[in-house]
Design a protein around this ligand. Structure first.
Ligand code: NG6
Ligand code: CA
Length: 529
């Protein structure tokens, strides 16, 4: 009886925080302050592609569990609807469209690094704050200084290591672009120098077959743009010769990301760490690893999303196994919205059935409609985030200021001018929308602005918008973005952006137009507007 009462008293005291000084100290030491961070970014995954976001024909149990244990945002945004500019924004905290499209647009595999070495990026700030930082998987932010063309046979720099990562194991651009190799820190993995790598994007200098000459060698038929050098039966964008021993195998890419990520976690467990994992799925070319072949009624796109879920699940399990899950903030998202056909005739469009990759929203990758930029966004941190679903706006450009705050890292408003500290949103400390607006960016410099429930899309200059670089069936999707009139939508009443209400609300459109012009002009740090 007595001991029960003492136990009860201790519990009450504990709940009220009435520990003895020694106990307070111990409790504080044990209380999680700075989280480890695992930041997983899928490639071209849509808002409707995960079970937790309503998918029924694709099975994503690991990410569904992640969502159930954390906050699932329904209004998370990729600031751009393609890879390079979104990743530029999420690492720098600056909208990519503030820079020239040549620098931060979709980059070829031999493009120079688009982030200035030494800049106070998110990984650099975390590194300075004592985090061990790693980048594994898709890079697509360029390599080399741009003064001399990048030479994949010698030391490759600057790259991830020069913008804040202690360790990197990446592929330079996309799986559909040469060179098809892994780069660990400054060097291509497994390179035999007697068979040097040469890369060219302008002409086919290679004595190896390309997809136009030898369609008989192809596992997947491709459009003209993706008919460069054939590597592992897949023709790529660009031309490559040599480096045969170093070439990745498509059906081992994801296992490699998992292996490297788990290894990074095993080695980094003794200090705070920041791990960026760039998953390749479900970007083209879609090639499933053997266990996933034939596992989806949606064909290969469904298979690779299920494979992606497995990969994320393996990383989460490693956190559990290492006893790190409780104080690790795991963020899962995608760099842009989905697309079914993106250069390879892999059956994804034909087998899609009634699945809604963009969750019923309008548009696809490349555009500025909601389906192009609204992406899955899940954040789990068992120690600090109570499970919930949030409709608050969160843009990936806000990660530097937000994660910087949580990590006690110094983020510079000059280096990260568009990044807002949304840590109260992430932690559920407010139900307000601390970000009331967000700019969305598509290809050919198209911009749109969301403010509250309103979304404004300026008229697109037809000449520029049609200049997408060649005959590509995905241009058919792009045509959706051609409009000679400006558009205004109310996302509350019309989430799928079907009804242009600009004639009814001309002042609202004018207000958003002015606001967009102001944001474009602004080079000073945002004041939370
Ligand atoms: C486009 C490619 C597309 C894809 C995309 C980059 C053509 C016609 N299309 O230019 O296949 O590689 O670039 O995708 O070349 S992203 O997700 O990395 O931005
Ligand atoms: Ca992408």
């Amino acid at each position: 009886m007595r001991s029960t009462r003492r136990l009860q008293l201790t519990m009450v005291a504990g709940a009220l925080g009435l520990f003895s000084p020694a106990k307070i100290h111990a409790a504080e030491a044990a209380a999680p302050s700075r989280p480890n961070i695992v930041f997983i970014v899928a490639d071209d995954l849509g808002l409707g592609d995960l079970g937790s976001y309503g998918a029924t024909r694709i099975k994503t149990p690991a990410l569904d569990r992640l969502a159930a244990g954390g906050v699932r945002f329904t209004h998370g945004y990729a600031p751009s609807s393609t890879c390079t500019p979104t990743r530029y924004s999420m690492f720098t905290g600056e909208y990519a469209w503030r820079q020239s499209a040549k620098r931060t647009g979709i980059l070829p595999g031999d493009a120079p690094l688009c982030i200035e070495p030494g800049r106070l990026t998110m990984p650099e700030a975390l590194r300075r704050a004592g985090y061990r930082t790693g980048a594994i998987g898709k890079w697509h932010l360029g390599l080399g200084d741009g003064v001399t063309p990048v030479d994949f046979n010698s030391r490759i720099a600057p790259g991830p290591r020069e913008v804040g990562f202690d360790y990197s194991y990446i592929i330079p651009a996309t799986v559909d672009r040469v060179p098809s190799v892994w780069v660990e820190n400054h060097h291509v993995v497994g390179l035999d120098l007697s068979d040097p790598i040469k890369v060219d994007y302008s002409e086919d200098f290679s004595d190896e077959p390309n997809g136009l000459e030898r369609p008989d060698l192809l596992l997947q038929r491709a459009d003209k743009q993706h008919s460069g050098t054939i590597i592992n039966g897949i023709s790529r964008i660009g031309f490559m010769q040599g480096g045969k021993a170093a070439r990745f195998k498509d059906e081992e890419l994801t296992s490699t990301v998992v292996r490297q990520s788990v290894q990074f976690l095993e080695q980094a467990r003794d200090q705070p760490f920041f791990l960026y994992v760039g998953l390749f799925e479900p970007h083209v070319p879609r090639v499933s690893e053997p266990p996933f072949v034939g596992t989806s009624e949606l064909g290969v796109r469904g298979e690779v999303i299920q494979q992606m879920d497995w990969a994320a699940g393996e990383i989460l399990q490693a956190l559990d196994r290492l006893g790190l899950a409780e104080n690790t903030l795991v963020i899962f998202t995608s760099d842009n919205g989905p697309i079914l056909f993106d250069g390879y005739f892999d059956g994804a469009a034909e087998k899609n059935g009634d699945h809604q990759p963009a969750g019923g929203l309008r548009g696809w990758k490349y555009l500025v409609f909601e389906g192009a930029c609204r992406v899955p966004l899940i954040a789990r941190w068992p120690a600090r985030i109570a499970p919930r679903v949030s409709e608050q706006i969160f843009s990936l450009v806000d990660l530097p200021a937000t994660l910087g705050r949580l990590a006690g890292a110094e983020i510079s408003p000059v280096a990260s001018p568009d990044s807002l500290d949304l840590s109260p949103v992430l932690l559920g400390a407010t139900t307000e929308n601390l970000r009331d607006h967000t700019v969305l960016h598509g290809i050919s410099d198209t911009l749109a602005l969301r403010v509250g429930d309103w979304k404004y899309i300026p008229a697109t200059a037809r000449k520029r918008a049609t200049n997408t670089g060649g005959a590509n069936p995905s241009d058919a999707r792009f045509v959706e973005s051609l409009f000679s009139e400006p558009l205004l939508f109310n996302l509350r009443t019309d989430p799928a952006e079907r009804e242009n209400v600009i004639a009814q609300f001309p002042e609202k459109a004018a207000e958003l137009q002015r606001r967009l012009a102001e944001i474009r002009r602004k080079s000073a740090p945002p004041s939370g507007d």
